[in-house]
Design a protein around this ligand. Structure first.
Ligand SMILES: C[S@@+](CC[C@H](N)C(=O)[O-])C[C@H]1O[C@@H](n2cnc3c(N)ncnc32)[C@H](O)[C@@H]1O
Length: 266
């Protein structure tokens, strides 16, 4: 009996909306920041949980990891909807890319990395901690979960890096050439934070501070949105926000902070 057959998939079928290249920002960040973990793994197994109506973003993640991290990466796309598992079959390319039915329990797999994007968005906020616990309990030792949300075209995104001890970091990412204002990122916060963008909550203070920094960096717009973003992020850091990563990541339109600086107060 296969691992997938032994486990009852945990979760519910939700809307299957997806789009080619919509997850490029998080994929590029995974390649840049999770490469060591994947290279060190005896079994470089990655799960894309909840790939949606078509497996296009799973196919893309496998290609990005194979090109940028290690050629022998094995990506398994898991979906709770059996019709979507059947529809993905023609895109399989075993052993590097396969599809199976599964939910938060990860179908008995022990991956070193799980990407779950635009999945928890359709659940209730109260279901999030249990879903995180179930997924991280199934990881290989030292494994991580990248869980987040983006807009239809992947121009705005927010995600958490989570391990067995809970969330570690929050990353916000935007396509800078189409960004009107950083406040737009609030709509794409991960589920655990999206309802916390209210006065008194750290993530609200962050978005407000980023908005203020973006406005004071307006003169840098002459040099392009990248220079303006770099200036805004530098200003945030200089005013005490514990910004992580180096400017070469900020240049991509990213901003990463430790979880304790944005975790909900209640
Ligand atoms: C909006 S689509 C996201 C598709 C893709 N990840 C993306 O971001 O473009 C969400 C998918 O997650 C699936 N899903 C929801 N809960 C799940 C669970 N617990 N386990 C596996 N798949 C799940 C739904 O059936 C749906 O196809």
């Amino acid at each position: 009996m296969s691992g997938a057959a032994r486990h009852r998939p945990l979760g519910v079928v939700t809307r299957g909306t997806t789009n080619p290249n919509r997850l490029r920002r998080v994929d590029n960040w995974i390649v840049a920041t999770c490469a060591d973990r994947l290279r060190a793994a005896v079994d470089p197994l990655v799960v894309d949980l909840g790939y949606g109506a078509t497996p296009v973003t799973a196919v893309e993640l496998r290609a990005r990891l194979a090109a940028g991290v290690r050629r022998d990466v094995r990506l398994v796309g898991l979906e709770i909807d059996p019709a979507r598992v059947a529809a993905a079959a023609p895109a399989a390319d075993p052993p590097g890319l396969t599809f199976a039915r599964g939910g938060f329990e990860l179908a008995g797999l022990r991956p070193v990395l799980v990407r779950a994007f635009n999945v928890l968005r359709q659940y209730d906020e109260r279901e999030v901690p249990d879903a995180w616990r179930t997924m991280t309990a199934a990881l290989a030792p030292g494994g991580v979960l990248v869980e987040g949300t983006c807009d239809e075209l992947g121009r705005l995104a927010g995600w958490l890096l989570i391990d067995a001890d809970g969330p570690r970091t929050l990353t916000l990412a935007a396509k800078l050439t189409t960004l009107g204002s950083p406040a737009e990122l609030a709509e794409r916060l991960p589920k655990a934070l999206i309802h916390r963008n209210v006065p008194g909550e750290p993530v609200h203070e962050l978005i407000s501070a980023l908005e203020g920094a973006w406005h004071s960096a307006a003169p840098y717009a002459t040099f392009g949105p990248r220079q303006r973003w770099l200036r805004a992020v530098t200003h945030l850091r200089d005013t005490g926000w514990p910004i992580l990563d180096r400017p070469h990541r900020w240049r991509q339109g990213e901003l990463t902070l430790p979880w304790p600086s944005v975790a909900p107060r209640t």
